[in-house]
Each structure stands twice: as C-alpha cells, then as structure tokens.
Design a protein around this ligand. Structure first.
Ligand code: NAD
Length: 268
C-alpha cells in the first residue's frame, strides 16, 4: 500500500464526495490532513471519521474564493502539523446553468471565483511553502467537462477547461523546484453535487437531472457511475512517490467516458 507517512496534506471541499474520500484515503496512507469546507458540520464529520480510523486531521473552515480564509487555512494547517506537502484542490461548484445568453453574470462569476480563483489562491499560498522546501505536489480536481463541451454548463465547462491548462502551466513553472502538479478529470461520480446545490433536494427538476445522469453513465464503456473512493485512490497515488515522474498530467478517471462518442445506446 502507498505510504504517505510524515506527509501533511490539505484537501478543500473535504466535507463530502470526492474531497471527503480523498481526505480519508490520504489519512489511511499515513498523511496528516487539513480538512476544509464551507459546511462546518460536514468537515467536522470527515475529521471524526479520520480519527475513528486512527488517523490525524484538523478542520479549518474556508471558502476557497476568499483570500483571507485561504491564508488562514494554509497557515493553520502548517502551524498545527509543522509542515505541508500535498494540496488537493477539490472544492468546486456547478451553477450558472443554461445556455450562455441565459446566464446571469453574478452566477457565472461565482463559478469562476470558486473553481478557478479558488484553485489559484490555494495554490499560491501552498506553493510558498513548497518552494521553501523544494518539494510538494498539487492535485487539481478538474472534470471531463473541461475536456469536452457539455450542454448548458458554460461556467462549469470553461472553468474546468481552464484548470486543466493551468495545471500544465504550473507544472512548467515549478518542475525545476521539485514540485509536481497534476490534474484528475472525473467522469460521472456518485456524489451529492447537484442535490446539495438545490434549495430543495427533492426538487423534481433535480431528481430528473440525477436520473438523466444515471442513464448517461450507463451508456459509457464501464456502464456506471463511480464511487468517490475510485477517484480518491488516484489522488492518493498522484500524491505519492509512486508518481515521482508525473507532472502536468491530466488523468481521466471516467469509466472510459471521453474515449468514445456517445451514440445514445450501450454496445450490449
Ligand atoms: N461528482 C461528479 O460527477 C464530478 C465529476 C467531475 C468533477 N467533479 C469535481 O469534483 C470536485 C468535488 O465534487 P463532488 O462531486 O465531490 O462535490 P460535493 O458537492 O459532493 O462536495 C463538494 C464539497 O465542496 C464544498 N464547497 C463548495 N464550495 C466551496 C467553497 N467555495 N470553498 C470550500 N468548499 C466548498 C461543499 O460544501 C462540499 O462539501 C468538484 O471540483 C467537482 O467539480 C465532480
């Protein structure tokens, strides 16, 4: 099993879904984890789960679009554990849905602020520590929607596409400093992303979207949605010495989704 003993990590959006699974995976591999989220009770639950499994973690509340909160998250984690080696830029949101002519500026900007500016701010303040020690790694959770166009998701697709090339750009800037920066593009993962963003989780529109998503996932090569741990496993590997020659890599974890044109029917 991958060992991250002695490593200290921060995972944003670690109260739920892929972030929670990644925080649990890093801790199980021996890392101490700064768990962060905007939802305090969910972040605290992740910390409790890590502690129950014998690991070490702290919770720091932070909206990654807020520079002061980001600075506090990074400095608190560093001060508590005495170092910092791994950043998983996981927190991200949808929203600003519709075709471009229908989208409100404020909704589009909020997605940019969280997905892209949040990735910039977290990277900026962690990289200062990584540069001082000439080592460290960042894993950006992008999306297959950053590789292809998807209907009625202009803010989401454009910010995820930006994160992918930002990953390559940072890999160029920091490789000579011993810092590795990679991205994961998840496909259909069974998390509460869309449900949680609805004011009413039983909203028929949301339930219909979830059903559409299940149907779409069924038509991909592996024919299903993944569990968050299946993405977390890859994030843990990219954090480890096993991935020592990987930087600027864009790793799809999508059940084969972007390898094929979706004909609207399964092959069997
Ligand atoms: N679920 C999927 O199918 C899927 C597919 C591709 C990419 N992704 C990406 O994976 C990442 C995690 O998605 P998920 O499905 O686990 O979502 P999720 O909603 O289950 O969890 C996201 C967590 O991020 C937190 N968060 C939201 N805004 C935040 C902010 N401004 N600052 C800090 N934390 C914030 C939420 O409170 C939540 O706990 C996102 O970047 C998402 O775009 C998800």
């Amino acid at each position: 099993m991958t060992s991250l003993t002695g490593k200290i990590a921060i995972v944003t959006g670690a109260g739920n879904g892929i972030g929670r699974a990644t925080a649990l995976g890093l801790a199980a591999a021996g890392a101490k984890v700064g768990v962060s989220d905007v939802i305090v009770e969910d972040g605290l639950r992740t910390v409790q789960e890590i502690e129950n499994a014998g690991g070490e973690a702290i919770f720091v509340e932070a909206d990654i679009a807020n520079e002061e909160q980001v600075k506090n998250l990074v400095s608190t984690t560093f001060a508590t554990f005495g170092g910092l080696h791994i950043l998983v830029n996981n927190a991200g949101i949808g929203g600003g849905g519709g075709r471009t002519h229908e989208v409100e500026l404020a909704d589009f900007k909020r997605v940019v602020d969280v997905n892209l500016i949040g990735t910039f701010l977290m990277s900026k303040y962690c990289l200062r520590h990584f540069l001082a020690q000439k080592s460290g790694c960042i894993i950006n959770i992008a999306s297959t929607y950053g590789l292809i166009g998807a209907p009625k998701a202009p803010a989401y697709c454009s910010t995820k596409g930006a994160i992918i090339n930002y990953t390559r750009q940072m890999a160029v800037d920091y490789g000579h400093d011993g810092i590795r920066i990679n991205a994961i593009c998840p496909g259909y993962i069974d998390t509460g992303l869309s449900r949680r963003q609805a004011a009413n989780p039983n909203d028929p529109v949301i339930l219909a979207a979830v059903a559409r998503r299940e149907k779409a996932a069924a038509m991909q090569p592996l024919g299903r949605q993944a569990q968050p741990v299946e993405v977390a496993n890859v994030a843990v590997f990219l954090s480890s010495d096993g991935a020592s020659f990987m930087t600027g890599s864009i790793v799809t974890v999508d059940g084969g989704c972007v390898t094929t044109f979706n004909y609207g029917e399964a092959s069997n």
